[in-house]
Design a protein around this ligand. Structure first.
Ligand code: ADP
Ligand code: MG
Length: 330
């Protein structure tokens, strides 16, 4: 009898050790924060190769910045801007196709050729209101219609290509393929205002667009998606008592003024969530909702009167009583 008892204790111990060993190998967690792409990046993963995934993700962001930054003279985008186009690398072909599609379908509200216009505003570095005549002239030379793509050959006949609206979302898509190859089961990756969630349901806060930026005013419950927010609180400055921000209305060259203060887009694709958050911000509530729905994305729009409007499929909890969830009437 005693022998049988001992036998079961040994078996239980073996099972426990095996479970702990399995858990230690497959549920390793690791996290890291660093600064790149002009923003704070944080990577948290649970999975077999957690540590390796962290360093691969950091390298990937580093390389992307070198590919996409128009401020880095050696980047592929800089070369395209200098040479009025060129032959695109494999990755860039897909990005350009998506950006041209969003530009067309948003009726030009999304325009990734406004680099020279943004430079006149000097966002990020001693911002100032530009000279009006210079702004109009620069704007007239810009426009996504100046970009044509045939196979992998890109021609730029005006404007300066700027991936500022989508770099962070692209970073999420690239990191997601690293996570998939490493069979990571759970992860939260945040690159500035864009977040990738992998695995179980997670809660993502929407930042207060009209006050204490450190606080969130609502939470979304999501899994296996990218979430991007564009807000008028980013790169904001004041001149002669008037506030300006960095999302440009391509029709005027001035920051968008349509009553919106923040737009959040949920999509499986990082590049789309990021491009559409900017596009829908420019389009305003009605047209913005229509575009998000056309792409099959969910969206949260917040206006200057603290009204929150959401698309049908979103699960939202408003945590700040100063904000009201309003129903959208078409
Ligand atoms: P953030 O960079 O804070 O995440 P967004 O994703 O909304 O914000 O992108 C804003 C950036 O996109 C600007 O800093 C500028 O580089 C670029 N941009 C500004 N206006 C437009 C526009 N109408 N279409 C496309 N890109 C734009
Ligand atoms: Mg964006």
């Amino acid at each position: 009898m005693k022998k049988i008892g001992t036998f079961f204790v040994v078996i239980a111990a073996v099972i426990l050790i095996a479970f702990l060993a399995w858990d230690a190998v497959f549920n390793k967690s690791a996290s890291k924060s660093f600064f790149d792409m002009d923003t704070v990046i944080s990577v948290e993963v649970i999975g077999k190769n957690a540590e390796e995934v962290l360093s691969e993700s950091e390298n990937c962001i580093n390389e992307l910045d070198k590919l996409l930054s128009r401020h880095d003279a050696d980047s592929e985008i800089s070369s395209l801007n200098r040479n009025s186009g060129g032959t695109l690398s494999y990755k860039l072909v897909g990005y350009f196709q998506t950006l041209l599609d969003v530009s067309r379908r948003s009726g030009g509200a999304f325009d990734f050729t406004l680099g020279a216009v943004s430079d006149l505003w000097s966002f990020g570095y001693k911002p100032k209101v530009p000279d009006e005549a210079e702004l109009k002239k620069t704007l007239a030379q810009s426009g996504y219609e100046n970009i044509s793509l045939s196979g992998n050959a890109l021609t730029v006949s005006g404007g300066i290509i700027d991936f500022g609206a989508v770099g962070k979302g692209i970073a999420l898509d690239e990191i997601r393929s690293i996570l998939e190859k490493a069979s990571v089961r759970e992860a939260v990756i945040s690159v500035g205002g864009s977040v990738l969630l992998i695995g179980n349901d997670s809660k993502v806060g929407i930042r207060n667009p009209l006050g204490d930026a450190g606080r969130s005013i609502a939470t979304l419950t999501l899994s296996d998606v990218c979430v991007s927010t564009s807000g008028s609180y980013e790169r904001k400055f004041e001149e002669n008592g008037k506030a300006y921000h960095h999302i440009i209305n391509p029709e005027t060259g001035y920051p968008v003024e349509n009553g919106l203060v923040s737009v959040t887009i949920v999509s499986e694709s990082g590049i789309l969530s990021d491009a559409l958050s900017t596009a829908c911000f420019v389009l305003g509530l009605e047209k913005g909702i229509a575009l998000a729905e056309e792409y099959g994305c969910e969206a949260v729009f917040i206006d200057e009167n603290k009204n929150i409007t959401v698309t049908d499929g979103i699960q939202i909890e408003v945590t700040d009583s100063n904000y009201n969830l309003v129903s959208y009437e078409q």
